[in-house]
Design a protein around this ligand. Structure first.
Ligand SMILES: NC(=O)c1ccc[n+]([C@@H]2O[C@H](COP(=O)([O-])OP(=O)(O)OC[C@H]3O[C@@H](n4cnc5c(N)ncnc54)[C@H](OP(=O)(O)O)[C@@H]3O)[C@@H](O)[C@H]2O)c1
Length: 278
């Protein structure tokens, strides 16, 4: 029997590339997405790689309890699920004063509660088998609180704590939990996957010029190749990685290390100077 993997947000970016990578090493992949009509690129690439038979497209909106419920019923006939990649996510930016509570909730519904709901749906399979791997897609934003991005930063920080508890809870049951922490990679999260709270975008906003400085710094960033993240997923799947946190991308390890040794007042001086707001 081929191993079975479940990937959320599999129609683009890390999710799509990881699905292809997992199918390439012999997994059957339940590639889930909000709208299965968006599976075209994934299926085209799978066809080219002659692995399309290993990919099964399923609808799943991780922020919708009805969608999760229907999905649980559809997967109930599987005898085991060997790997879960909690990848679906998007980013809401804006300044705290100008982000509505509804926008914070919307961010958490997908990036945090979505991960929790899908994990709960899959855990009984893994626990019964006494094995499995759960990979959560964290972010450098889960380790560092960038300004103008607090909904996303808060959601990824929450995912860090959740993943730590999960790792410790599941280790005795033979289930390994991983947290990939990517820096900046070239995917749709910078375009269709990003929303800025509209009030921070109008010239009358007191944060308007600060927001512009952040946006122009972000635009200068050299973004990594998302295939690097899919390679990490492959390495986890094939048992080459066992460590819990996996920082990835240019400067990420360095940033985390500097944050751990420098006093906060120095960190904020560097960040604010870089953004030219002080
Ligand atoms: N790229 C980076 O620089 C970077 C860095 C750190 C962490 N990450 C994390 O990596 C993960 C994947 O993002 P990506 O960079 O690959 O961007 P992406 O290409 O925009 O992919 C995000 C995927 O998540 C899906 N998604 C969003 N909300 C969903 C929901 N409610 N239910 C199901 N699927 C949903 C999107 O579906 P639709 O196409 O339908 O919107 C899309 O398939 C995210 O968790 C993101 O936070 C990315």
């Amino acid at each position: 029997m081929k191993k079975l993997a479940l990937v959320t947000g599999a129609n683009s970016g890390f999710g799509m590339l990881s699905s292809l990578e997992l199918a390439g090493i012999g997994y059957r992949v339940i590639a889930t997405m909000r709208d299965p009509t968006n599976a075209g690129e994934l299926l085209k690439r799978a066809e080219e790689l002659r692995i399309s038979k290993q990919i099964l497209i399923e609808p799943l909106d991780v922020s919708s309890s009805e969608s999760i419920k229907a999905f649980k019923e559809r997967i109930s006939h599987y005898s085991s699920i060997d790997l879960l990649l909690n990848n679906a996510g998007f980013a809401i930016g804006g300044f705290v004063e100008e982000v509505s509570i509804e926008e914070y909730r919307e961010q958490f519904e997908t990036n945090v509660f979505g991960v929790m709901a899908v994990t709960q749906a899959v855990l009984p399979f893994m626990r019964k088998e006494g094995k499995g791997k759960i990979i959560n897609m964290g972010s450098i934003s889960g380790r560092f609180g960038f300004p103008g991005l607090s909904p996303y930063v808060a959601s990824k920080h929450a995912l860090e704590g959740y993943s730590e508890s999960l790792r410790l809870e599941l280790k005795p049951f033979g289930i390994e939990v991983f947290l990939i922490e990517p820096g900046s990679f070239q995917t749709n999260i910078w375009t269709s996957g990003k929303k800025i709270a509209p009030r921070s975008l109008v010239t009358s906003s007191p944060y308007f010029s600060y927001m512009n400085k952040i946006e122009s710094e972000m635009a200068k960033e050299k973004r990594g190749n998302p295939a690097e993240i899919a390679q990490i997923v492959r390495a986890i799947a094939t048992g080459k990685i066992h460590s819990f946190r996996i920082p990835a991308g240019k400067g990420v390890r360095f940033t985390i290390f500097m944050k751990s040794i420098l006093p906060w007042r120095m960190i904020e001086k560097v960040v604010l100077r870089k953004l030219k707001v002080r």
